[in-house]
Design a protein. Structure first.
Length: 260
């Protein structure tokens, strides 16, 4: 459970809070991928772990050493839509994985900034521009597009919903070379959702799960911020990438009366 989940849960009446079901990691069903690093490089490793009676559910984890504390922290945990989408990671003769710098077209067909733009476009336009140019069709992309399609018209003629990109709070990315010569890339993006009434005299009533952030005060508009972890397979030569999983949590919200 994330900090955002705790905040939203605490904003609900006790009777409405869902019982937390902890995720357990089965060591026997976990694959750990440790890249080689030289002195001075940031150290991290990845793991793909499975859960369920038949290991039906897969999750990609990234653990990174923090420069200041020298402690290891989990910096990303992303559920895959289908465990079969987890690519085979390339290993050298000693069993080490190969880290790839995913910020340049010299290394991957779609650098991380391009992936972020494409993911945001899935929410903002339903993938009509950058999204469809960068990504192949996948369950994860379809879910993002569905979030756009089912949300932008929720107020009918009485209001609007607009998604837009926000400056990412977490800019690090993590990539490993796969056995087929592509890259498995884990990154984060941030996007906002602004709900607003269409004309004066109307107000939006905060929904039950919004109240931990917004209280019970109505407003002509609300802006929500979502921080998300994404995972994609990206070719190293020209070609489309595939979004294979993402996890989003609301990390901020405010109304017109409280915005600066």
């Amino acid at each position: 459970m994330s900090v955002a989940d705790y905040k939203e849960d605490e904003g609900l009446p006790q009777a409405d809070r869902e019982k937390y079901k902890p995720w357990s990691y089965e060591i026997a069903s976990t694959n750990v991928y440790i890249p080689r690093f030289t002195a001075g490089q940031k150290k991290w490793f990845a793991a793909v772990t499975y859960n369920g009676k038949k290991d039906n559910y897969a999750r990609v984890l990234i653990m990174a050493e923090q420069a200041r504390t020298k402690r290891w922290e989990m910096v990303a945990a992303v559920d895959l839509d289908d465990k079969k989408q987890a690519p085979k990671i390339a290993l050298d003769a000693d069993g080490y994985a190969t880290a790839i710098e995913a910020t340049s077209t010299k290394n991957v067909a779609a650098p991380v900034d391009v992936l972020r733009t494409a993911v945001t476009d899935n929410f903002a336009s339903g993938g009509d521009t950058t999204g469809e140019r960068v990504f192949t069709s996948s369950k994860a992309s379809a879910r993002q597009i569905k979030a756009h399609d089912s949300t932008v018209h929720k107020f009918g003629s009485r209001g609007t919903t607009v998604f837009s990109a926000s400056t990412p709070e977490f800019t690090d990315s993590y990539a490993l070379k796969t056995a087929d010569g592509s890259a498995l890339v884990v990154f984060a993006h941030t996007h906002s959702q602004r709900d607003a009434v269409a004309y004066s005299g109307l107000e939006i009533v905060p929904e039950k799960k919004d109240r931990a952030w917004l209280g019970t005060t109505n407003s002509p508009s609300f802006t929500y911020t979502f921080t998300c972890s994404d995972v994609a397979t990206v070719p190293t030569t020209p070609g489309k990438s595939t979004l294979i999983g993402y996890t989003c949590r609301r990390t901020d919200a405010h109304g017109m009366t409280t915005s600066s």
